[in-house]
Design a protein around this ligand. Structure first.
Ligand code: VNL
Length: 391
């Protein structure tokens, strides 16, 4: 892992060197901390590519400042994330930290952000309570309650009465389980069983056998980005794709960059999420085309879009502060910011610093020989319901 950190550090060094024409004071370092290695490496890759695409398209300067991204690999280990955050602030004078591929990694940095008064822009991790852990946290990804509750609403209206929930056993999975189950039960549905699988190296097979034995109308699934194809393959191996048990979930399981690998067993899965590579807007068409071109044909997923939007948030804030990089000024400028993302219109809730966005109901379909999450219904401007319920 050390080698990977050094390599990422060197690459970032090259970006900084390119900004030599600007005086040191005019360079704004942004620390992008991601799992570039380890189990969540696909998230790191997508996020890095998303942030770099924004930089490439919008130029590395804004409000008279030169923007330099310093990319660091935490290997998915929270103690490393925290140390890198401290070093980026202490040594590199980073004015914002971005990334955080998993909930524990985002949480580890919260006290660092608070103490240093440096914005922590969470572009991946999605447990609802994260933004409550520091007044310097702003999020451009999503929250699991925001995505999971609409799945329950849709299920209630579409002939699904009995559901088994299947989630990865940590923050976002627990949020998904709770917000799907509570919403579904309140509306008259029955949750037959709630199954949780471990985050690290899960063997889904024994859990899937339980789903099969329960014979529900549907299984509601949350697994983090990157695990969807292992899950779906074992789902198909157990014959669940042909068992009449419908697959529903948040869009993490039918991740855009994994659909080709999953193949036909994904067909017909209905999920709720904030981004599909098939989102039919001119902004998204341009984004997808440019992303693929810059990354050897790789499809962007929701992680890439959140990092792209994290950069949009920083650029917008710097414009508002006229280049001032004081942490309090930047956070104030981010509150209430709104823009058109490749995913659709978004804004930052000034009360919670979480993102308000459309949630789309989508179905996996084959279009021109390729699998896509095809959006067929939109719930507009959804706020994180976890925080809305408290206010
Ligand atoms: C998290 C949530 C991570 C959703 C994910 O993929 C995801 C998290 C890495 O909060 O840890 O799809």
């Amino acid at each position: 892992m050390l080698r990977a950190i050094l390599r990422a550090g060197l690459a970032a060094g090259a970006i900084v060197a390119a900004s030599a024409a600007f005086a040191d004071d005019d360079v704004v370092n942004i620390g992008l901390i991601l799992p570039m290695t380890g189990q969540a490496a696909s998230t790191g890759k997508q996020e890095q590519a998303g942030a770099q695409l924004y930089l490439q398209q919008h130029g590395a300067s804004v409000a008279g400042k030169k923007i330099a991204l310093i990319i660091k690999d935490d290997g998915g280990a929270a103690d490393v994330t925290k140390r890198l955050a401290q070093e980026l602030i202490g040594n590199d004078k980073a004015k914002a930290l971005m990334g955080f591929g998993l909930t524990p990694l985002a949480l580890a940095v919260a006290p660092v952000a608070t103490e240093a008064k440096v914005p922590e822009i969470v572009t991946a991790a999605a447990t609802a309570m994260i933004t409550e852990k520091s007044p310097y946290i702003v999020r451009t990804s999503f929250t699991l309650p925001q995505a999971a509750a609409p799945m329950a609403e849709w299920s209630l209206k579409n002939g699904i009465h009995k559901v088994v929930t299947f989630v990865t056993d940590y923050g976002p999975g627990n949020d998904a389980e709770k917000w799907f189950s509570d919403t579904f039960t309140k509306g008259g549905g029955t949750v037959v069983e709630q199954i949780r699988a471990p985050l690290k190296n899960p063997d889904f097979a024994p859990f899937l056998q339980r789903v099969k034995d329960d014979a529900p109308d549907a299984v509601f699934v949350f697994v983090p980005s990157g695990q969807g194809s292992a899950f779906m393959k074992q789902f198909a191996e157990r014959g669940l794709d042909k068992s009449g048990i419908k697959l529903i979930g948040t869009g993490d399981v039918t991740d855009d960059d994994l659909l080709a690998d999953i193949g036909d067993p994904a067909l017909g899965a209905v999920t709720t999420h904030h981004y599909s590579v098939a989102h039919p807007s001119p902004e998204n068409k341009a984004f997808v085309e440019a992303f693929k071109k810059a990354n050897g044909g790789l499809r962007p997923n929701f992680m890439a879009v959140a990092a792209y939007d994290g950069m949009a948030l920083v650029y917008g804030a710097l414009e508002k502060t006229k280049g001032a990089t004081d942490g309090d000024a930047l956070i104030e400028a981010m509150k209430g910011a709104s823009w058109i993302s490749p995913r659709g219109p978004v804004s930052i809730d000034p009360q919670t610093r979480d993102i308000i966005q459309n949630i789309y109901v989508r179905k996996v379909e084959k279009v021109d020989g390729e699998l896509y999450n095809v959006e067929f219904s939109t719930i507009e401007a959804v706020k994180d319901p976890f925080k809305a319920a408290k206010n």
